[in-house]
Design a protein around this ligand. Structure first.
Ligand SMILES: Nc1ncnc2c1ncn2[C@@H]1O[C@H](COP(=O)(O)OP(=O)(O)OP(=O)(O)O)[C@@H](O)[C@H]1O
Length: 553
């Protein structure tokens, strides 16, 4: 039986336990939902809502309660997407998948679902603390992740947003590394229909760029092998300490997923003692052509289990990833797909890489960047008159028309300029940040990194009148929370960070990660624009379901 969880929101630095933080703003804390779940404390917040620690009023058992933000409660599509997370997870029923047990409406008219409370940390936090993880431990962690996904795939569910932050490590019995996979918020239910409506549309770009397969990056039709690719990336990151492909823009990262061969883990981390068989597993899972990857999670589990048994390494196909001088039409959509041996190339000009070691991780722009990449690479007018993208607001999920088959590419003699997406409300703008010390610019909601203040030319944001809350962070300086309004090109913001001489808990080299607790209290803001409160919604999912009851299996 699982150990009784303690009342302990997690902290950024790991599974250290602490009293719940006081919660800023309106809160559900203290209320009782469905006459049976008392909301005790806020655990953390994500793009769509807030997760609370709750307790069943009769039996006293603790639960995590995820509540959709009130501001999205009137959006039917977002309510559906939110409940789809509950439905997808509850359909799987496997011990390594977070258990969802109930759902309902809040007194304010929003929705919530109830899940098992996980007292532990996600693998992002583990990595941030340990820097990298030895193979034996990776093996144990990843077999469980694979088993969770094996069960999901068997139930016809593709996760599509696998990353360390969605793999939770808890203590169960004698196992301190028991895994729970969560966040099925953009899962695709492959049965194809829920309530008569198809749940997904092809041509959508979503996910988190560091873990995104080439076919996802180009908006191609995806299948369960995107999860296999993402698990390969997670394994790579755990073993080496950093993901294989990084960049300061989504475009840069996605382009690498499509066109760059990952550096061998043993080369990236020569002193990590990575067994050659483990390295082959990582590289096989990450093959550009999904036909060369493990075809099922079951196969991948078998390969992981076989490491060290003398079974030999799995085969990794040397893919030909040409980068001819050709223009943007040099990439044909069918080239990353079943049986395609060569990945075409393109002059994907956009996406300046200012600081290749940073994690971008911001899903809001991922949709746009991926879209732009599709536009640039595939060379289609993705914002044509029939495109839904042209009608959507900037905060809507980005939907592009599915690319039509294109003839195989000929290396073009003359490089062509990449076509520019034309939808004005999806145009990126650059904001410049002038700070007294080089600072990281983080998303205040989840601490995902936008870039650094010294990025040449500034940082790219999606054009919008809505303020975006940011945190400026520099080693040895107080964090500064500010708001910017990316409503026009080349705005410049100046900030002064205040030095701290002795700040306990500041760890050199620690990577910012989404953290469970609330953002720091806002400090006085030098932001010149008028403040506003709304946050934008990450574009990692879309309205593609018609879910009323997540437990109506
Ligand atoms: N069942 C759970 N038990 C304990 N903590 C949880 C549970 N589910 C989520 N959390 C934590 O609550 C916080 C917010 O979770 P949530 O899923 O809303 O955000 P996210 O995954 O960071 O964002 P997004 O939904 O935009 O991907 C995260 O730190 C997450 O680890």
């Amino acid at each position: 039986m699982e150990d009784e969880p303690r009342l302990t929101p997690r902290q950024e630095d790991g599974p250290t336990l602490a009293e719940p933080e006081p919660e800023p703003g309106p809160s559900l804390t203290g209320t009782v939902l469905l006459d049976r779940y008392r909301v005790n404390a806020k655990i953390g917040a994500g793009g769509m809502g807030t997760v609370y620690l709750g307790e069943h009023t009769t039996i006293g058992k603790e639960f995590a309660i995820k509540v959709l933000s009130n501001e999205y409660a009137h959006r039917k599509d977002l309510v559906e997407r939110f409940l789809r997370e509950a439905r997808a997870a509850s359909m799987i029923r496997q011990q390594n998948v977070v258990e969802i047990t109930d759902y309902g409406d809040t007194p304010e008219g929003s929705v919530f679902f109830v899940m098992e409370f996980l007292d532990g940390e996600d693998l992002g936090a583990l990595l941030a603390r340990e820097q990298r993880v030895p193979w034996d431990r990776v093996r144990h962690l990843m077999i469980q992740v694979c088993r969770a996904l094996e069960a999901a795939h068997a139930a016809g569910i593709i996760h599509r947003d696998m990353k360390p932050d969605n793999c939770f490590r808890i203590e169960r019995g004698k196992d301190p590394d028991f895994i729970k996979v969560l966040d099925f918020g953009i899962a695709k239910i492959e049965s194809g229909e829920q309530g008569g409506k198809p749940l997904t549309q092809t041509g959508m770009i979503f996910g988190t760029p560091e873990y995104m397969s080439p076919e996802q990056a180009q908006g191609d039709k995806v299948d369960h092998r995107v999860d296999i690719y993402a698990v390969g990336v997670i394994m790579y990151e755990l073993l080496c300490g950093r993901p294989p492909f990084e960049g300061s823009t989504f475009m840069a990262i996605l382009t690498k997923h499509m066109f760059e061969v990952p550096e061998a883990p043993s080369k990236r981390a020569p002193d990590a003692g990575i067994p050659p068989e483990a390295e082959a597993i990582v590289l096989k899972a990450m093959q550009k052509d999904r036909a060369y990857r493990f075809q099922t999670m079951t196969e991948m589990i078998a390969a992981i289990e076989a490491v060290g048994t003398g079974a030999g390494a799995v085969e990794v196909v040397q893919e030909s990833i040409a980068r001819p001088e050709g223009g943007p039409t040099g990439f044909a959509p069918h080239q990353v797909g079943d049986g395609a041996a060569a990945v075409g190339a393109a002059a994907v000009g956009a996406g300046v890489e200012a600081a290749p070691t940073q994690r971008s991780g911001r899903k809001l722009i991922a949709g746009f960047a991926g879209l732009a990449l599709v536009a640039a690479v595939v060379g289609y007018a993705v914002f044509g008159p029939n495109s839904q993208a042209s009608e959507n607001s900037p905060s809507d999920p980005v939907v592009v028309n599915e690319p039509e088959p294109e003839p195989a590419p000929e290396p073009a003699p003359e490089p062509e300029p990449a076509p520019q997406p034309v939808a004005s409300d999806l145009t990126p703008v650059k904001l410049e940040f002038e700070t007294n010390v080089p600072a990281q610019i983080l998303d205040a909601r989840d601490r995902a990194i936008f870039g650094t203040s010294d990025a040449p030319g500034g940082l790219e944001f999606e054009l919008s009148d809505q303020p975006v809350k940011l945190i400026l962070s520099a080693e040895g300086y107080e964090e500064l929370e500010v708001e910017v309004v990316p409503n026009r090109e080349s705005k410049r913001y100046q900030y002064e960070l205040v030095e701290i001489s002795t700040k306990p808990g500041t760890k050199p080299g620690k990577r910012p990660r989404p953290r469970p607790s609330a953002a720091p209290e806002p400090e006085p803001e030098p932001e010149p624009e008028p403040a506003a409160s709304s946050h934008k919604l990450p574009t990692k999912g879309h309205n593609d379901g018609d879910l009323k009851n997540p437990f109506d299996n």
